[in-house]
Design a protein. Structure first.
Length: 114
C-alpha cells in the first residue's frame, strides 16, 4: 500500500500549483482528500472527495482550491489557485478504505512566497 504525492514546490503569492496523489495497491477506496500541516499546528483538512458524495473544503481555501479524482487511476488532485503565504505547509494526501482505514502519503511541501 502506497500513496505517491507530487506537485509541491515554491511559488509566488497569487500563483498556482497542482498536487496529485496516486494510491497504489489500494482497493475499495471510499474517499480521498488532502490535509496540510505547519510547524506547531495540528494537521487540518483542506479538501475531501468521497465516492459519489459532495466535495468539502476548509473555509480558508473555498473558491481557490479544487479537488478532483480519477477513480480509474485511484488518483486525487488538488488544484490550488490564488495561493497565499498562509497556504505554506506540508500537504498530505489520504485514501480511505471501505473499512474506514486511512492510508497516508508522505507529504509534499508547498511554499508560497510573498
Amino acid at each position: 500500500v502506497q500513496l505517491q504525492a507530487s506537485g509541491g514546490g515554491l511559488v509566488q503569492a497569487g500563483g498556482s500549483l497542482r498536487l496529485s496523489c496516486a494510491a497504489i495497491s489500494i482497493f475499495s477506496v471510499r474517499a480521498m482528500g488532502w490535509y496540510r500541516q505547519t510547524p506547531g499546528k495540528q494537521r487540518e483538512l483542506v479538501a475531501s472527495a468521497p465516492n459519489g458524495g459532495a466535495t468539502a473544503y476548509a473555509d480558508s481555501v473555498k473558491g481557490r482550491f479544487t479537488i478532483s479524482r480519477d477513480n480509474a487511476k485511484n488518483t486525487v488532485y488538488l488544484q490550488m489557485n490564488s495561493l497565499k503565504p498562509e497556504d505554506t505547509a506540508v500537504y498530505y494526501c489520504y485514501a480511505e478504505h471501505a473499512s474506514g482505514i486511512r492510508y497516508w502519503g508522505k507529504g509534499t511541501l508547498v511554499t508560497v512566497s510573498s
